[in-house]
Ligand binder design. Structure first.
Ligand code: NAD
Length: 510
C-alpha cells in the first residue's frame, strides 16, 4: 500500500548547517574544510524522488592520502593519544549531548540523503548519542590486568591506542555506522580517517562540524567522501594506516582484507548476512508474525542482520503465511518524510535493479510469489520503491535462498522437526544473526546454541544494544563491534614487567 502525499522536504533548509565551499559540501581533513584535489564533485540523490539534494566533494586516492597524512601527524606528534582518558571522555560526552541537541537535524539529513523513514532515523540519532555516551564512560574504566608470575616481577598489561584507524562504512545506517566506528576508536585514543558511503556522506560531515565546534585537535577526525575503489582502497592499502575497520558487503570485505596485507594492519570486518528466523508451531502467534515482518521489512530489508529467511514449522505454515502476507500487503511504503510511511525506498536505482534481478531469479527458479514482487509506480514512480515481497515454496539451491538480497524480500522455508530447523538455519555461507520463536524455553536455548551466528534473539528480532557485542560467524565478518569488545578492538595490549629484584641475572659467566 502506498502512503498519502505530504509536504516536500526543503533540502536547503535541512542542510543549512553543513559547511560549503563554492556551493559544494566539502570534506574534513586535518581540521580544515576542503574540496577534492582534482575538483571532482558528486550529486547526491534523494532515493524517494530522484531529486538532487546537494553536491559533495568526491575524494580520490590523493585526498585519502592527505587525510592519512593529517591523521598520522595528529597521532605521532599531536596531543590526542597522550590525553588522559578522562579528558577524552569529557569531550565525547559533549559530542553525545550535541548529537542529542541536533537530533531532529540528523534525522532529517539521513532521511533526505538515504530515504529512511523519520521513525528509523530518529532511532539512529538517539542510539548514536548513546553510543558516544557509552564509550565516553568506558574510556575511564579499568582495562588492564595484573598477573601472578613465578618470578619477582610485577607483570601487568595496559591497553594503548592502535594509531591511525581507517574506517569504511555503508549507506544503510549513515550516522549510526559512523558512530559505531568513531566512538570506541576515539575513546581509546586513536585518530580516525572515516570514509562514509559515497551515497550518504552528509550526516558524517555534519558530525565533523560538531567535532570542529568542540575543538578536537586537528587530524583526530578526518572525513573523506569518495568512492570505495579509489578513496576506500587507498585507506585499506596504505602502509601508514594501522587498522582498517570495515562494514559492508562480503565481496568488498574480501578485497579490503587483501589490501590490508600491505602492512599486515589490524582488521575488523562487519559483513553481510542471510539470517534465519525460525518459528515453531508453539510460538506466540501474533508476536512471531509481528517480528517476522519487522525482521525483514525494517529499513526496506537493507539491514545486514535482516531476518531474510523465515524457517517455519510445517504445522503452522499455512496459517502463519496467510497472516504474514495480509500484514505485508498493508505496509505503508513511501517517502520517509511522510509521517504515515512505514517503509522507505531502496537506496539507488542500481541497487533497486539488483533487488529486482533477485525477484526475477526467484520467479524463474520456481519459487511461489506470495505478495509484492513489483516496483511501485504512481506518485512513487520517481523513487526506488519495491513492494514488500514474500517468496514461498523455496529450496536450498535457489539464489534467493543463499544470497544476500539486501532488500524487502523474504524467502520462506519449511521444517518438520528441530534437527531440520537447525540444519536449514545454518545452511548458508553467512553467520551474522538469527532468531527462534517458541514458548518452549529449553527448545529455544537448544536451537540458539546450535545456530552458527554471532547475534541471536529468542522471541524477538533486531534489538541491538551499544553494551553488547555485534559481529558475525563464518563469512559474515571478523571481530566484534560495540560493548567492551568494540573498545578492545581499537587497542593494542602491552605487557609490562617490572623486576622487583634488581641484580645481574648471572646467565653468562663474568
Ligand atoms: P559495499 O561493500 O558496497 O560498500 C561499503 C563501503 O565500502 C562503502 O563506503 C564503499 O564505498 C566502500 N568500498 C567499496 N569497495 C571498496 C574497495 N574496493 N575498497 C575499499 N572500500 C570499498 O556495501 P554497501 O552496499 O554500502 O552496504 C551493504 C552491505 O553492507 C551489505 O552486504 C550489508 O550486509 C553490509 N552491512 C553489514 C553490517 C554489519 O554490521 N555486519 C552493517 C551494515 C551493512
Amino acid at each position: 500500500m502506498q502512503s498519502a502525499t505530504h509536504s516536500r522536504p526543503n533540502a536547503d533548509e535541512i542542510l543549512a548547517n553543513l559547511p560549503r565551499r563554492s556551493g559544494v559540501v566539502p570534506m574534513f581533513i586535518g581540521g580544515e574544510w576542503t574540496l577534492a584535489a582534482d575538483g571532482v564533485t558528486r550529486d547526491l540523490i534523494n532515493p524517494s524522488n530522484g531529486r538532487v539534494v546537494a553536491a559533495v566533494a568526491e575524494a580520490g586516492a590523493a585526498d585519502a592520502e592527505r587525510a592519512i597524512d593529517a591523521a598520522r601527524a595528529a597521532f605521532d606528534d599531536g596531543p590526542w593519544s597522550g590525553t588522559s582518558a578522562a579528558d577524552r571522555a569529557a569531550l565525547l560526552f559533549k559530542v553525545a549531548d550535541a548529537v542529542d541537541r541536533h537530533r531532529d537535524e540528523f534525522m532529517r539529513i539521513d532521511t533526505l540523503n538515504g530515504g529512511k523513514p523519520l521513525r528509523e532515523t530518529e532511532y539512529d540519532a538517539v542510539d548514536a548519542a548513546n553510543c558516544f555516551r557509552y564509550y565516553a564512560g568506558l574510556a575511564t574504566k579499568p582495562h588492564g590486568q595484573t598477573f601472578d608470575v613465578p618470578a619477582p616481577s610485577q607483570t601487568f598489561t595496559v591497553r594503548e591506542p592502535i594509531g591511525v584507524c581507517g574506517q569504511i562504512i555503508p549507506w544503510n545506517y549513515p550516522l549510526l555506522m559512523a558512530v559505531w566506528k568513531l566512538a570506541p576508536a576515539l575513546a581509546a585514543g586513536n585518530v580516525c580517517v572515516l570514509k562514509p558511503s559515497e551515497l550518504t556522506p552528509l550526516s558524517a560531515i555534519r558530525l565533523a562540524a560538531i567535532f570542529e565546534e568542540l575543538e578536537f585537535p586537528p587530524g583526530v577526525l578526518n572525513v573523506v567522501t569518495g568512492p570505495g575503489a579509489t578513496a576506500g582502497n587507498a585507506i585499506a592499502a596504505s602502509t601508514r594506516v594501522d587498522k582498517v575497520a570495515f562494514t559492508g558487503g562480503t565481496k568488498t570485505g574480501r578485497s579490503i582484507m587483501q589490501a590490508a596485507t600491505s602492512n599486515l594492519k589490524k582488521i575488523s570486518l562487519e559483513l553481510g548476512g542471510k539470517s534465519p528466523n525460525v518459528v515453531f508451531a508453539d510460538a506466540d502467534f501474533d508476536t512471531a508474525v509481528d517480528y517476522a515482518l519487522f525482521g525483514i521489512f525494517a529499513n526496506a530489508g537493507q539491514v545486514c542482520s535482516a531476518g531474510s529467511r523465515l524457517i517455519v514449522e510445517r504445522a503452522l505454515h499455512d496459517r502463519f503465511l496467510g497472516r504474514l502476507a495480509e500484514r505485508a500487503r498493508k505496509i505503508r511504503v513511501g517517502d520517509g518524510f511522510d509521517p504515515q510511511t512505514e517503509m522507505g525506498p531502496i537506496i539507488s536505482p542500481v541497487h533497486r535493479e539488483r533487488v529486482e534481478g533477485y525477484i526475477a531469479a526467484g520467479k524463474s527458479e520456481g519459487a511461489e510469489l506470495v505478495c509484492g514482487g513489483e516496483r511501485l509506480g504512481g506518485e512513487l514512480a520517481d523513487g526506488n520503491f519495491i513492494a514488500p515481497t514474500i517468496f514461498d515454496r523455496t529450496s536450498r539451491d535457489m539464489r534467493i535462498v543463499q544470497e544476500e538480497i539486501f532488500g524487502p524480500v523474504l524467502v520462506v522455508q519449511t521444517f518438520d522437526d528441530e534437527a531440520e530447523a537447525i540444519r536449514l538455519a545454518n545452511d548458508t555461507i553467512y553467520g551474522l544473526a538469527g532468531a527462534v520463536f517458541t514458548e518452549d524455553v529449553a527448545k529455544a536455548h537448544r536451537v540458539i546454541r546450535k545456530m552458527r551466528a554471532g547475534i541471536t534473539w529468542i522471541n524477538t528480532y533486531h534489538p541491538t544494544y551499544n553494551e553488547a557485542p555485534w559481529g558475525g560467524y563464518k563469512q559474515s565478518g571478523i571481530g566484534r563491534e560495540l560493548g567492551t569488545y568494540g573498545y578492545d578492538a581499537y587497542t593494542e595490549v602491552k605487557q609490562i614487567n617490572v623486576n622487583l629484584d634488581v641484580a645481574p641475572s648471572g646467565w653468562f659467566s663474568d
